[in-house]
Design a protein around this ligand. Structure first.
Ligand code: FE2
Length: 374
């Protein structure tokens, strides 16, 4: 078949083209203070604000940006709102994984006609900088996917947001873009959600990890990774598996009170710099024992970075057919053992660090045990 015909065919098959992650919105207990954390520790720049001072009565939202990563932190003014109820149930957590599309109306129509439950019909928002169209559908737990169409808008973020009146001078740490966002779902629900992404959003199953890949002496989990057509959006989905003790996924679900976003992986081009800076600013990472590094070169072959430097910062390495990757995981970033971050530098590898799972999960279990939840 001609290459052009093949491409046309691929485009036809991708009924829901995505340009990438638009933003991730958290519902939190105190957005003003969380915004300070993301600015001072993570080096995000506060680019926009909406709240009582800008005519928004029911909430305050802070928009933070570094590279192509955009986060919104939102707190309710009213104790009975959806936002307050979400925080009461889940603690601070991800409400919207918002996807950047060219046509939010068509995205909503394609997804809902394939079975997605609508959260918001396509809606136009405008101000002096142009207009956007946003629609939204439900996914696992109380998490929502927004479709954001912004080609006719050139303001700071979205209509309704203004430049902040006060912000910190920040030092970025080299965060580039969202690499993948992982969801934890209840026991036995992983395949249902994989099917949802395949049928409703046209994603493809990329990888499967079973409990033999991801188990330690004590606990296990299973994971499948789905990706959209162009590979810009990747969602691994985890579920707990039977083990001698409690799976880290069960611990998450117990404390989040249901399914939700477990971790957000953010890409950097220089993980030694990024992690060095984050550590200096007080971000806590999972600990991997020194013996992880003893036979590392035999396991992963030659890499550009010095093993000594990686060991000092506790950065992990894995290799696949296409190259290698460097990665590290933070401890949970709120008091409930729920959401955490991954920092990842891809040097060719397109996988997810399978070779590190055992070392990592043993490390997570040590933390679970310290919390009394293993
Ligand atoms: Fe990850």
């Amino acid at each position: 078949m001609q290459r052009e015909t093949l491409q046309t065919l691929e485009q036809e098959v991708d009924f829901l083209p995505l340009n990438g992650t638009d933003h991730i919105e958290f519902y939190v207990g105190n957005a003003k203070q969380s915004a300070y954390y993301y600015q001072s520790a993570w080096g995000y720049e506060l680019i926009a604000y909406a709240g009582p001072e800008t005519g928004v009565r029911d909430r305050a939202s802070y928009v933070l940006k570094q590279g192509k990563v955009t986060l919104i932190l939102t707190t309710a003014m009213d104790p009975d709102s959806d936002i307050s109820n979400h925080v009461k149930a889940h603690g601070d957590g991800v409400k919207f994984l918002s996807l950047w599309v060219d046509d939010a109306t068509k995205s909503h129509e394609e997804a809902t006609k394939r079975g997605a439950k609508s959260y918001m019909e396509p809606t136009r928002f405008e101000d002096e900088h142009g207009y956007v169209v946003i629609s939204a559908i439900h996914t696992y737990g109380e998490t929502i996917h927004k479709f954001v169409e912004r080609s006719n808008y050139n303001g700071a973020f979205l209509p309704g947001f203004q430049k902040p009146s006060h912000k910190l001078d920040v030092e970025p740490v080299g965060l580039k873009h969202v690499d993948h966002c992982v969801g934890n779902v209840e026991l036995g629900k992983m395949d249902e959600w994989v099917k949802f992404y395949e049928d409703v959003l046209g994603f493809k199953l990329l990888l499967t990890f079973d409990d033999k890949d991801i188990s330690t002496e004590y606990s296990a989990l299973m994971s499948k990774v789905v990706s959209n057509g162009n590979g810009y959006v990747k969602f691994p989905i985890n579920e707990p598996a039977e083990g001698k003790k409690k799976s880290q996924i069960e611990e998450y679900i117990e404390f989040y009170k249901g399914a939700g976003v477990q971790h957000i992986a953010v890409a950097t081009d220089d993980i030694l710099h990024t992690v060095g800076e984050l550590r200096r600013r007080g971000i806590e990472f999972l600990y991997v024992p020194d013996n992880y590094y003893e036979d590392l070169t035999q396991r992963v072959g030659k890499i550009d970075e010095s093993i000594e430097d990686l060991k000092k910062l506790n950065i992990l390495v894995d290799r696949d057919d296409e190259g290698y990757l460097l990665q590290i995981f933070t401890k949970p970033v709120e008091d409930r053992p729920t959401l955490f971050y991954e920092i990842i530098q891809r040097c060719g590898a397109q996988s997810f660090g399978k070779g590190n799972f055992k070392a990592l999960f043993e490390s997570i279990e040590r933390e679970q045990a310290r919390r009394g939840n293993l």
